[in-house]
Design a protein around this ligand. Structure first.
Ligand SMILES: [Zn+2]
Length: 294
């Protein structure tokens, strides 16, 4: 079964991850712009990071037969640095119409501060101006309150709910999100949050409509194979194939494709792997390059 991994920070991962993901059926990966583990001190770091997501990382994925898309945005945590936040918000429009950008994200709440809300509102406005959906992160602490507050902000902004993916849901927040027209993402982590078994139970209870799952693989303890692993567990629990396919393929493709930025026809084939290819004079080859030149 083809898999669209709708949330993985591949910037932080190694080539083995791409190889294993491709072997497990991952055809396309969406990389949301996020923080980097430690706070950035200048807007120039964002310029280079955004450029990497559109350039080297997209190229690197293609060298393993995986299509790469991204979302651009100012994350909640760094929204709390007011000077930097203003500079990044001003920078964003330069990137929003680039090829491969299919939404604004990850935006939303972390500590649930007023500065985070301000940056969320500003980016909902940018999404409206650029005809993009939004990927919204929900806080790890006090998640229920953060989810409700997120929905209130979206409604107050008059942003179309069907263009909102609220991510990192759990048993407590999913029913709240399903009462709206927003889509509901779930990050399957090795030790915390929702695991494969709990996710399968949620699907049995609520069905597959607007349900999305991801690995949220990043710099911490996480597993880029969590989508294929959850798929396997859903099968053992007797969840029908059409429902599983909807969750791991049709839903993310429909959500990120709804404003026409995702070339759905193009997704049916894997990119051809040509490792002699270079991006700005760099390739994924190391020793092999020297051997090939001899
Ligand atoms: Zn993330």
């Amino acid at each position: 079964m083809r898999i669209f991994e709708p949330h993985a920070h591949m910037f932080s991962r190694v080539t083995d991850d791409y190889e294993r993901m491709a072997a497990a059926g991952v055809v396309a990966v969406l990389e949301p712009a996020f923080w980097l583990g430690q706070p950035r001190t200048t807007v120039g770091s964002f310029v280079d990071y955004f450029s990497s997501l559109l350039g080297w990382e997209r190229f690197r994925a293609s060298q393993f037969g995986v299509r790469h898309f991204c979302t651009m945005g100012l994350n909640p945590k760094e929204s709390n640095n007011p000077k930097l936040a203003d500079e990044v918000i001003a920078l964003l429009p330069r990137y929003l119409n680039k090829e491969g950008v299919v939404a604004i994200g990850e935006i939303g709440f972390d500590d649930q501060t007023d500065a985070e809300e301000r940056s969320l509102v500003q980016q909902l406005q940018l999404a409206r101006e650029h005809d993009l959906p939004v990927l919204i992160h929900t806080p790890h602490r006090d998640k229920k309150r953060g989810t409700i507050r997120t929905i209130e902000v979206v409604r107050r902004a008059g942003f179309p709910e069907e263009r909102v993916l609220i991510d990192h849901n759990n048993e407590e927040t999913l029913p709240i999100v399903l009462e709206t027209r927003c889509w509901a993402g779930h990050s399957i982590y090795p030790n915390t949050k929702v695991d494969e078994q709990r996710m399968a139970a949620l699907v049995r209870k609520y069905g597959a409509d607007r349900i999305i799952i991801n690995s949220a693989a990043d710099w911490g303890i996480s597993d880029p194979l969590k989508v294929p692993k959850t798929l396997a567990v859903m099968r053992t629990k007797g969840i029908p194939e059409e429902m599983i396919e909807k969750i791991v393929w049709h839903n993310p493709v429909a959500f990120f494709g709804q404003t026409g930025r995702l070339d759905v026809a193009d997704l049916t084939e894997r990119p051809a792997i040509d490792r002699q290819k270079k991006f700005e004079n760099n390739s994924v080859l190391r020793g092999e390059q020297i051997t090939a030149a001899r």
